[in-house]
Every structure is written in C-alpha cells, then in structure tokens.
Design a protein around this ligand. Structure first.
Ligand SMILES: Cc1cc2nc3c(=O)[nH]c(=O)nc-3n(C[C@H](O)[C@H](O)[C@H](O)COP(=O)(O)OP(=O)(O)OC[C@H]3O[C@@H](n4cnc5c(N)ncnc54)[C@H](O)[C@@H]3O)c2cc1C
Length: 392
C-alpha cells in the first residue's frame, strides 16, 4: 500500500502506461473531436477500446475480479494524467473507475457475481450514476426537505421507475447505471430514496437528449428517461429508502477524483504557459524574463502543487478512514482544485496574449473544460455549504 507523498514503483509503471496511452490515443485526436458540432460525434469508442486494452478501464477491479486492484490514490494519479491529455476522456474513465469501486463494496455477493464479469468482459462497458434531475440539483448536497421527482413504486417482483435524470456523464454510453429514485412518499430524498442498479436494456428505460456542452466535450452527458421502467428486487443496492447511505459509505473518494480531473487540465495550462513564456519575445526580451510573468508562473505552480497535496491526502484517507478521515475531505478538494484551475487557465490565457483566444492554439479549450467543474460534482458554493454543515 502506497504512502501519500511517495510514488511507488508500481504507480510509476502505471503512470508511464497511462502517459503512453494519452500520447498515442488521446492527444492526436482531442482537438478534432472537441470541434465536432454534434455532441454525439465528440465521443470516441476507439479511445475507450484503448483504455480497455491497456488495463485502465478495469484497473479499480480487485485482482480477484480480473483488475489491478488500484487504490484510490493511484486512481487519482491516473485520472490527473489522463486529464492532462483531455478532460472529457478523464471524466469518462473517472466515472467508470469510481463506480467499479462502489460496485465491489456496495453490491451483494449475487449482484457481484452477475454484474462484475459483465463489466470486466465487455470492453465497451462504461458506468454512470444518475442523481440530478431538472428540479433536484444542489438539493441533494445540502440537508433539506426536498424529494426526488423520479419515483419508484413496488410491483410484482420489483420496482417500476418513472421520471427522468439529466446532465448524466456517460448517460448515453454506459452499460450499467446506479440510479436514485424516491421510494418513500413524504420523506426527504436523504431519508426516502433508494439506489438501483440498472441495466441499459431494462424495459422502459431510454436515453433522451445528449447535452451540447461548452467544454469537456469528449465526454457525453445525457438525459435518462424512465417510463414504467422495471427493476427487479435483486437490483436494489443497499437498503430500500437508504440510498444516500450508499454514497456516504462507499463514495468518499469521488470528490478527489473530480478534483484530479480539474488538476490535470490545470497542469496542462501551466505547462503551455511556461512554454509560451520561454519562446515569445516582446519588448526585447522573452516573456519568461519579466518579473511579473515569473511571479505569476510560480503562483500557478504553487496552486497546482497545493491542489495535488489536498487531493492525494483525501484519496489516501478515503481508503484509510481509521487514520484521520474527516468528511470535509470528501467535499472540499474539488472546490480548491477548481478555484485554483480557474485562476490558472485564465492567467495562462493572459500570458498567451491574443493568441490565447484563438482556437488553433488550443488554450481556449482548457478554459472551457475547466468551467464544467465549477458545477459538475456539485456547484462550488453548494459544496462549501455542505462542508459547513459537516463542520458546525
Ligand atoms: C459537466 C457536468 C457533468 C455532470 N455529471 C453528472 C452525473 O454524472 N450525475 C449526476 O447525477 N449529475 C451530474 N451533473 C449534475 C451536477 O451535479 C449538477 O449540475 C449540480 O449539482 C448543480 O445542480 P443544478 O445544475 O441543478 O444547479 P442548481 O441547484 O439550480 O444551482 C444553481 C445555483 O444556485 C446555488 N444554490 C443552490 N442551492 C443553494 C442554497 N441552498 N444556498 C445557496 N446557494 C444555492 C448553487 O450553488 C448554484 O450557484 C453534472 C453536471 C455537469 C455540468
């Protein structure tokens, strides 16, 4: 088991493989895919196939289930590395890697026997989680009395779900989903929602719109529609009415993964800013020789390093909760990493001057990509409020 601030030989090897995958399969196509007008066309199955071939897609499965048994710290490192190449690809993988972790912990033995081989053996099986609805977004982060509008009612042998989810990452691409629906009338969603494991082929389940996003375009987000969608009793994850406990118990590293995604883009922006400053000559000197630019680059480096330390501590602590887990670690790293990244991408853009605004340079893509995480995985303000509710 690795320590927080020391990379093990195994982690170095894994990261080398990931770097090679990014250089060969992601970097050459990312800008072109990002430019496609139809959001469906921005997604690449070829990239997913490659993640499967090199072992990334299944790396959080334990060795017993045919994976590498990667811990949360290693997974956060991998997500950062992928995001240096493209944020959308990092999101596609982060969702899949974290849900594979939850599946192993939260599922019954019967569910594991049925679904883990399906996930492992289908190279295109991605995973998704559907919580957000048009009228229920920040509501599920901060204690309040709201309930989900997507409801599940008991029928013969299982549950019938009606309603819809939106903004769901991998929504139109996943093979398996975790879906949250209200099962207890009159209760808040915290006390009355149930978590269901849904197969893509479930009767009454369909995909709605694929959202046309500003950035993070290599990942698809979509609406999920439930019309008397049948889910068998055996597919309840955790206890009926206690769906949120599944997230509390088995999802502590999720926020660190979101933060690692943003950090990867931020590091890419920093590296481009350094490169630009070293080659752009104005007023008789390279930009890198001006004190204002030098100080700004040092601040960018500091913010990225601080974000990484926070992320690594949170990811490591999520797996070692007996050694000082604090629930704010499951909420705040993404806020810090995005605030830092937002500064860094805009400063990197400024250092590029007018060129930073031009599409062919590629910096504007990083600005659009980072913007997604001001909202994704919880709006930053909402997460700060949630942290406060855990603190006081
Ligand atoms: C790229 C992307 C990917 C996503 N992927 C997924 C996914 O895979 N699965 C999923 O379930 N969801 C996903 N989401 C949804 C995401 O979690 C929600 O968008 C987010 O929680 C905010 O909800 P909302 O959009 O409804 O905003 P709202 O809740 O309407 O918030 C709007 C504003 O009001 C503020 N606000 C809300 N409540 C309060 C309050 N009590 N006090 C003060 N201010 C408040 C918020 O901070 C925000 O600034 C994704 C979103 C994006 C953008």
């Amino acid at each position: 088991m690795s320590e927080v601030f020391v990379q093990t030989d195994e982690q170095r090897l894994i990261l080398e493989t990931v770097r090679k995958f990014v250089a060969e399969a992601v970097t050459p196509v990312a800008a072109e895919l990002d430019r496609q007008l139809d959001p469906d066309d921005c997604f690449s199955w070829e990239i997913v196939d490659q993640t499967d071939r090199v072992g990334i897609r299944t790396m959080t499965l334990s060795e017993d289930w045919g994976g590498m048994g990667a811990d949360s710290l290693t997974t956060a490192m991998v997500i950062e590395e992928i995001a240096k190449g493209d944020m959308g690809v990092a999101v596609v993988m982060a969702q899949t890697l974290k849900l594979a972790q939850i599946f192993q912990k939260a599922m019954t033995a019967g569910q594991r026997e049925k679904y883990l081989p399906r996930f492992r053996d289908d190279p295109r099986c991605l995973l998704a989680i559907g919580i957000t609805e048009p009228e229920t977004g920040s509501n599920y982060f901060i204690p309040n009395s709201a309930s989900f509008q997507t409801r599940a009612e008991r029928g013969a042998g299982g549950w019938f779900i009606n309603g819809m989810k939106h903004f769901i990452s991998n929504g139109n691409r996943a093979g398996l989903y975790l879906i949250f629906a209200q099962t207890e009338k009159g209760e808040s969603l915290f006390d009355g929602a149930t978590c269901f494991l849904l197969e893509r082929e479930a009767p009454g389940f369909s995909i709605g719109r694929v959202h046309d996003k500003m950035g993070e375009r290599l990942a698809n987000n979509a609406e999920l529609i439930f019309e008397n969608c049948f889910v068998a009793d055996e597919n309840v994850v955790g206890e009926v009415g206690r769906g949120f406990q599944v997230l509390v118990d088995f999802f502590p590293q999720s926020n660190a993964y979101a933060a690692a995604t943003v950090l990867g883009v931020s590091v890419a922006a920093f590296e481009r800013a350094v490169e630009w400053a070293k080659t752009r000559n104005q007023g008789g000197s390279l930009l890198i020789d001006y004190d204002g630019i030098r100080a700004q680059l040092a601040e960018m480096r500091m913010l990225n390093d601080a974000a990484r330390s926070y992320i690594h501590r949170a990811a490591w602590s999520a797996d070692h909760q007996d050694q000082g887990w604090d629930r704010t670690l499951g909420v705040l790293p993404k806020v810090f990493a995005t605030q830092a990244a937002w500064k860094i991408v805009t400063w990197a853009s400024e250092i590029h001057g007018g060129s930073g605004y031009m599409r062919d340079i590629g910096l504007e893509k990083l600005v659009r990509d980072v913007a997604g995480f001001l909202h994704s995985d919880g709006v930053n303000r909402t997460l700060l409020l949630k942290a406060a509710s855990l603190m006081f």
